[in-house]
Design a protein around this ligand. Structure first.
Ligand code: DC
Length: 233
């Protein structure tokens, strides 16, 4: 059967990764979290003194961009795929609030985007990939056979993220999670380079009031429809 690429775009904490992982597992495809790559770059600048008083040393980052090696590898301890930055498993450090707060310093930098988009396109070149992010259907895989665009109300997303962080033992308050989500929405949609926009052909799913199972079923129906068509070509 012909394999396809599936782009899952949308705002932060919209359940994109839950859906993308479910689809990948169901189809036997590879799931790729493009946001993890931007988070890894944010961790690099934080760890290397390239953020001072909340400002990015852009020239410093550009000078060292070639030093940044990001990969996804199987982690023996967790039994899952994890994000590696220069050979080190950074899966848990890139999920904390410190990185979340600083990721929009690096995500608008065109040179960072060019580097990561190239890597993402290489990962999808054989097809059979489900990738989630902001610009997957518009920039990374404009030819993706399926494009999904996820939305949910900011308050619903903040609640989910808050519970997720709490469950991981992270000390946070709901107000700062909501504030972070609102600020990232603003940054993601207004940046000049590859802003979050819905591709005209993308299917929009608002999951504010539906269960992950219902969401999965809706998305799967879209995918199976396309697969049936592609299989006949
Ligand atoms: O999906 P996430 O919240 O883990 O993404 C982290 C940040 O990376 C988010 O604020 C926007 C940015 N990002 C992006 O600019 N382009 C992508 N394809 C994925 C994420």
């Amino acid at each position: 059967m012909n394999r396809i690429n599936i782009a899952v775009d949308g705002f932060s904490s919209c359940g994109k990764s839950t859906l993308a992982k479910q689809l990948a597992a169901h189809l036997g495809y590879t799931y790729i979290d493009s946001g993890a790559m931007y988070r890894a770059v944010a961790l690099f600048v934080l760890e290397n003194g390239l953020v001072r008083e909340g400002r990015l040393d852009r020239e410093g980052l550009l000078d060292r961009l070639d030093e940044i090696d990001i990969r996804f590898q199987h982690d023996v301890l967790s039994g899952r795929s994890a994000t590696y930055l220069n050979g080190r498993n950074v899966e848990s450090s890139i999920r904390g609030m410190e990185v979340s707060r600083h990721v929009t310093l690096v995500s608008p930098v065109p040179e960072v985007r060019a580097k990561l988009v190239k890597l993402q396109q290489a990962l999808g070149s054989e097809r059979g990939v489900v990738m989630d992010g902001r610009d997957i259907g518009t920039v990374v895989f404009p030819d993706a056979e399926v494009k999904l665009y996820m939305t949910a109300r900011p308050e619903v997303r903040a609640q989910r993220r808050y519970h997720e962080l709490k469950a991981k033992g992270v000390e946070v308050d709901y107000a700062s999670v909501l504030e972070n989500i609102n600020r990232r929405d603003e940054d993601d949609t207004t940046r000049a380079a590859d802003p979050l926009i819905k591709a005209p052909e993308a299917v929009e799913i608002d999951n504010s009031d539906i269960t992950p199972q219902e969401q999965f079923q809706r998305a799967l129906d879209v995918v199976l429809d396309v697969l049936a068509r592609v299989g006949q070509e």
